[in-house]
Design a protein around this ligand. Sequence first.
Ligand SMILES: *Cc1c(COP(=O)(O)O)cnc(C)c1O
Length: 456
Amino acid sequence: MVEMNIEKWTKENPELEQVLKGEPVFWINGESKTVEEANAISEYSQKDVEDAEARYERFAPFIAQEFEDTRDNNGIIESFITEVPNFKSFLEDEYNTDIEGRVFLKRDDQLPIAGTIKARGAIYEVLHHAEEVAIEAGLLSGYDDDYKKFASDEFKEYFSNKKVVVGTTGNLGISVGVMAAKFGFEAIVHMSSEAKQWKKDYLRSHGVNVVEHKTNFTLAVEQGRQAAEADPDAYFVDDEHSKYLFLGYTAAGMRLKKQLEAEEIKISEENPLFMYLPCGVGGSPGGITFGLKQVFGDNVHCFFAEPTQVASMMVGLMSNEFSEVAVDDFDLDGKTNMDGLAVPRTSQFVAKLMQMYFDGGFTVGEEEANYNLAALDDIEDIAIEPAAVAGIPGIARIFTSEQGKGYIADKGLTDKMGNATHIAWLTGGSMVPYEDHKAFFQQGIDAGYEPKRKSY
Ligand SMILES: *Cc1c(COP(=O)(O)O)cnc(C)c1O
């Protein structure tokens, strides 16, 4: 148990006072370093990012063969970006500010195979494991062998004696489970019985063994871990501690550069890039930030986004205690509609690493998220899940908050913001059933949004 030095931490980070009250904050990370300084200390480097991308490429022919929705992109699992000028105008009206620069959304809600950002990290980890097992067994002669062999009966039969295990509330389980089952592994997903029924049904229809626990989520994960550790043929995907999940996310940086170039956007000191990234344990915003910083250096500015009641990364960084503190230590109730972000404790290794790379973060209230979700659906016809909305308010609040304005001034960006590109990462949504989208939309209306076009 750590000593709760609230007074000291508040002195260092005055925003902690609002965090404790469950009020939204915009916070600048005083411990961040230049990319050059951070890279000199970090145990990961651009080489790891390139290694991850090379692994995705080796598996691409197999993935294209097995998943029809990846064929357009030759088996590379990637989403597109969408510019949203109408939604930008809405945000300007709503937050009563001028948003300088262009506004895009990164569409991981449409990511193939799983429809969430987890398809990056989780699938990468399963690929890494399958490759390792195949090479060890002598089924694959090396990295230059033909990876379409993974679709053969010989491979699938070999993998059928091995297990891939994960404990999760949902999205991680879908990506790990579906991919592992595709290789022929016995895929086992431990869930608490409160997890959404459609997720359990979907997994079972893909040949995944869903184990339900009547306990809460943390215990369900723990029981999954223990079952896996006791079994030499089982491999456990560990959301909080996995470096492969993290590395799987990093490849997004190089790919985003290409997508921006296709839009004739070249990021530079004169043309800064601002990123707004929903944050749960931190693996996805952390990995993506790491990858982006390798590509764009100090010209990309990365902010993580959390629910006001589950600000686990924020309290972890403000206190310098990382995963040693949980949100209930700060009297936050940990409840949120933003499912993928309902993580009371951050990942220790990700938080420690990202303390050097994240430029800041912000928290979002439930009503603010619901309102923006309905507005995005109404204005742009983009229906996402609540967790995926969290990044959006950052686009406005960098201009409206004292902290955001101070950041722009301190970095010497005041007269460059007209050339800025803002991207909110939409982290999931396309697999959510119609009835759930309808309920999310209604929550936006309940929060005061008045739809003009859309109806369910
Ligand atoms: C898991 C998840 C996130 C956050 O990713 P972390 O790696 O847990 O930080 C964001 N959005 C959605 C939809 C998710 O499922």
